[in-house]
Every structure is written in C-alpha cells, then in structure tokens.
Design a protein around this ligand. Structure first.
Ligand SMILES: C[S@@+](CC[C@H](N)C(=O)[O-])C[C@H]1O[C@@H](n2cnc3c(N)ncnc32)[C@H](O)[C@@H]1O
Length: 449
C-alpha cells in the first residue's frame, strides 16, 4: 500500500492554498466543506473564486507567494495549485523544510497526501484512490459505489448515531443489536427508507425480524445497462432469486453471488413452473424469512403477471415492493430510433398482446384504430398472420408501416420493416426470431436502418 487512507478532521484548521484559478477554487470548495479555515495566496484570482472566498470568510492575499506565508499562517496542510511549476516546486520545498504536509495538484512526486475520489454521504465518507496511477478508474469506481448506495444513506447513518444508546438499552446482547442494525441498514440499502428507527426497533422486537420480503423487479429488456439503480440494489441484496427466461445471464450475474437462483421461466408452451407455483414459492421463501427477488424481463406490470404475484403476497400478508423496468416497447423504440409518439405523426400508443390461447378468437383492437396512433404487440410473432388479418379486417390500410424488433437492446437485435400487406412474407423469409415486438403505425417510417 503506497498511501494510507486516513480521514483528516480539518474543522477550524488552517489550509493554505497557493493559486487563484479553477483548480485552486475546486480544492478550496472541498476544504470549506470539511470546515477548514482558508488562506489563499495568488497574484491573480478568478472573479467567481473571489466571490466564493468572500462568502467563506477566507483570508485572501493578492501577491506572490513567499515562505513567510507559511510562518505567518502556520497551516495544517498546504495545497499548491498554480500553473507555474517553479512556484509549485518552491512551495513544496518550503513545506518540506517546515514539515508541513503538502499536495501539489497533479504532481504525485510532490505530494505528501493525495485527494481520493470521494463519495460523500456525510457522515459516511468513502475515498477511492489509485495513487495517481489511474485517476479515471478511481472516478469510475466511485461512480459504481455511488450507484449502489441509497441517496438517504448519510441521513440514516446520522440518525443511527443518535439512536445507538436507545438500541443498546432495548436490546441487551451484542448479537441482537447486530441483527437489528443489519436488518435496518439492509433495508435502507434496498428501499432507501430512512427514519422511523423507533418503529423499526419495536417491529424488530415484536417480530424478531423473522418475516422476509418479496421484490418484484423489472430487469428491463435485456441490456444490463437498462437496469434501474433500485433493481440493482435489490438484486445484490436478495437471498433467493426466482428468474424468468427473458432475464439474460449477464443480468443474472449481477445478483448477489451467494443467492439461491431458481429458474421459473416461461416460454410459449413451455412453462418451467405455473404461475400458481411461482406465487406459492414467493410466499413460501418470504415466510421463511428470506428476501426473495422475483426478477422479470421488461416491466413487471406490462404483460408480466407481476400483478398476480403482488396480489399473492398481499393475500399472504407478505411485504413486497414492485420496481419498474424498461419494457420491451420502450427499449425497442429507443434502440431503433422509432419514436412511439411523434409530433404530427402519432399522438397515442397502445400496448397489445398477440398471445391468444389455442382456438381463442383473436379479437384484436377493442376500440377503433385512430390513424395517428401507434400499436405495439407483445408476444405476437407466432401469431403475426392472424394479427395482420385482423387489423386488415378492421380497415387498417394495407400500406400501414410495420416493424418487427427482435431482441431489442441486445447485441443480436434485429429489425425488419414492411407494411401490413407484406410483413408476413418478409418475416417468413427473414426468420426474425422471438422475443420480438411488432410496431404498427406511421412512426415506423421514421426508422433509418
Ligand atoms: C411475457 S411478455 C413480457 C413483457 C415484459 N414484461 C416487458 O415489459 O417487456 C414477453 C414478450 O415481451 C416482448 N419482449 C421481451 N423482451 C424483448 C426484447 N428484448 N425484444 C423484443 N421483444 C421483447 C416479446 O414480445 C415477448 O414475447
């Protein structure tokens, strides 16, 4: 380890900054955030920086730096942020002679300490450093950490600090207290519910935290980048994962490594588990105290049967959360550049199912088609001839543009365009495969291939 991460209490300590530009300004903002008293020396200052310094009661010296500045102000640390290397070297030498720790910005060889990439959820602070070797990587790691931390984390940590004594009084053993905090912080990491710690504590004492929870989560259309932060947090929290056929291996890999993963996938005519069996499993695992993730393709409430799972939880008295995902129609729209509504072309959009049980009449649109609307059919590829026949019978023009988007958002995405008159033949010829959605409407003309 080249540098030791330490957290420096700078409140009311003097930090001397040499430099009056942008970089010095940024460092000064950081120092002010930590409560430091600022002394800034520079021959020239940016106007915004001066405003900032005045607002923070900083001492400003508009002059050339010299070593007496260090003796006069006796700073705890020094930051040299000028664009004049010779000045930076001079400040560094003076600090070394006086054993004052210095950071010369962007010059690792002249730094006694370095600034990490910071995640600030005060009082929780996380610093990431690559010791100057790969600052961009450090920033990406910080972004990754940011993405998994709930926004209310700092508030919760502060409240937890205030609440520690109460917890100690009500829960006499260390183990109980540990379980309680694990449960509180675990929940907070998932649903961002900060506050009400006294309710959490009485619930914990009452239930001894035996009840689990079900997370009904949309995993989006396939590209892992389309997951929401909340989905990802729950995926990394769950003990048991019940996942669908449409959930890609890459997405499944993002679930907690040691979680139990159960495939309950449903493909057309091939159901690993019936819906009733899935509902029963959700309830069973939650009642056994597990955090159960029901991970579904797209959005759970768009042709996803998430509603039935929610009702099963409700009926069984199992707590649940529903997290939306990017539904296939939206993913297909953005990844192909076919807007589903477009000024002057389409003012509404209808999501329809093309999935009908054998022998069931395909009754298509339940209300009349408007020329300025877009129709999106899910689960319709196998029934394409039936859908086209039905739409034609309802008077939709034979030249109505139609697109089939298969594997939307995934590397093997394929798009086929045609009209109501020729899309069936084109599809048979091309062999575009499921999962696919069918978009019908004038917006398809906006597709540029
Ligand atoms: C049972 S539905 C689930 C829909 C899902 N809940 C959603 O919101 O996207 C399955 C259908 O969604 C569509 N679908 C799902 N993922 C898709 C993708 N990546 N590309 C195209 N269509 C997709 C297909 O029409 C597929 O037959």
């Amino acid at each position: 380890m080249k540098t030791l991460p330490l957290f420096f209490d700078l409140a009311n300590k003097t930090v001397l900054i040499v430099g009056g530009g942008d970089v010095a300004h940024r460092k000064a903002m950081l120092m002010a955030k930590a409560g430091a008293k600022l002394v800034v020396i520079a021959k020239n200052f940016d106007d915004e920086f001066v405003k900032f310094l005045n607002n923070h009661q900083a001492i400003i010296h508009q002059k050339s730096y010299d070593a007496t500045d260090l003796d006069t102000h006796q700073p705890s640390i020094v930051i040299a942020a000028t664009d004049d290397h010779a000045v930076n070297v001079l400040v560094h030498g003076d600090c070394q002679a006086r054993r004052i720790a210095i950071n010369v910005v962007d010059t690792p060889a002249l730094c006694d300490f370095i600034f990490p990439a910071i995640v600030d959820r005060d009082p929780v602070v996380i610093g990431v450093s690559s010791n100057g070797k790969a600052p961009v990587l450090a920033r990406l790691i910080r972004a990754k950490i940011e993405s998994v931390l709930p926004s209310g984390l700092g508030k919760l940590a502060a409240k937890a600090g205030e609440f520690r004594a109460t917890v100690k009084e009500k829960l006499p053993t260390i183990t109980e207290r540990r379980y309680f905090w694990e449960s509180v912080f675990g929940r907070a990491m998932v649903d961002q519910s900060v506050g009400e710690l006294d309710t959490e504590l009485s619930d914990f004492i009452e239930n001894n935290d035996k009840q689990g929870e079900v997370y009904i989560v949309g995993a989006g259309a396939g590209d892992p980048d389309l997951l929401t932060f909340k989905a990802l947090r729950l995926m990394q929290q769950a003990d048991v994962v019940l996942y669908d056929a449409l959930v890609s291996p890459k997405i499944l890999d993002l679930c907690r490594r040691d979680s139990q993963k159960i495939f309950v996938g449903k493909k057309r005519q091939d159901h690993a588990k019936t819906q009733d069996e899935i509902n029963a499993l959700l309830v069973k695992y939650a009642k056994a105290g597990h955090r159960v993730l029901r991970l579904k393709g797209g959005d759970p409430f768009v042709f996803g049967r998430g509603g039935e799972e929610m009702f099963a939880c409700r009926q069984a008295g199992v707590p649940y959360q529903v997290v939306s995902g990017i539904t296939a129609a939206l993913a297909a729209s953005s990844s192909t550049g076919i807007p589903l509504t477009h000024r002057g072309v389409a003012t509404s959009v209808r999501f329809l199912t093309g999935c009908y049980k054998t022998n069931e009449a395909f009754d298509g649109l339940k209300s009349a088609y408007q020329a300025d609307e877009t129709l999106v059919f899910y689960m319709g590829l196998h029934a394409l001839p039936k859908i086209v026949e039905n739409l034609s019978a309802q008077g939709l023009p034979s030249d109505l543009p139609v697109a089939i988007v298969s594997n939307a958002s995934l590397p093997n995405q394929a798009v086929l365009t045609g009209t109501l008159a020729n899309i069936v033949a084109k599809q048979e010829e091309s062999g575009v495969s499921a999962p696919a959605i069918i978009i019908a409407g004038k917006v398809v003309d906006l597709y540029q291939g």
